[in-house]
Design a binder for this molecule. Structure first.
Ligand SMILES: [Zn+2]
Ligand SMILES: [Zn+2]
Length: 147
């Protein structure tokens, strides 16, 4: 099991929030921090179920909620039931594969200028924005060549 410093910091943060560390909780955190694949609760469950036969998808989901409340993960909702969870808390954008649904982080300066422009144009107090890029990931480009 990887015991990196981010994981240690997260464990400490949860302790401060009064959250007791359990082996399951630890495994879910470790999976989130080591995969960077923006998994769904179901994907995490499938990856860990062999190690934790008594764990349910609901357990995974409840833990993700807990991590979210502690500011350790972000929840990405896409209008359907399957939220994805992102352990990268720095500002970044996502490139999404329209074939397999893979989400890859893309570091780019946050578009604060655009927020200010939107605010100026509409009179809104603009507080956030959402921008996503869609395409075909390297892995899918072989299977779905450009016609
Ligand atoms: Zn793909
Ligand atoms: Zn991300």
């Amino acid at each position: 099991m990887i015991m990196n410093s981010r994981l240690n910091v997260a464990v400490e943060k949860l302790k401060q929030n009064g959250v007791r560390m359990t082996p399951q909780r630890h495994a879910i955190l470790n999976f989130l921090f080591s995969s960077m694949s923006h998994p769904t609760a179901d994907e995490i469950y499938k990856a860990l179920e062999n190690n934790f036969p008594n764990m349910s998808v609901a357990t995974v989901y409840n833990n993700l909620r807990l991590f979210k409340d502690a500011g350790l993960v972000r929840e990405l909702t896409y209008g359907d039931a399957s939220s994805r969870f992102d352990a990268n808390m720095t500002e970044h954008y996502h490139v999404i594969c329209k074939k397999c649904g893979k989400i890859t982080d893309f570091d780019y300066p946050s578009l604060i200028d655009a927020e200010q422009e939107a605010s100026k144009n509409t009179g809104y107090r603009v507080e956030s924005h959402r921008m996503e890029f869609y395409g075909v990931c390297p892995g899918c480009q072989h299977e779905y060549p450009v016609n």
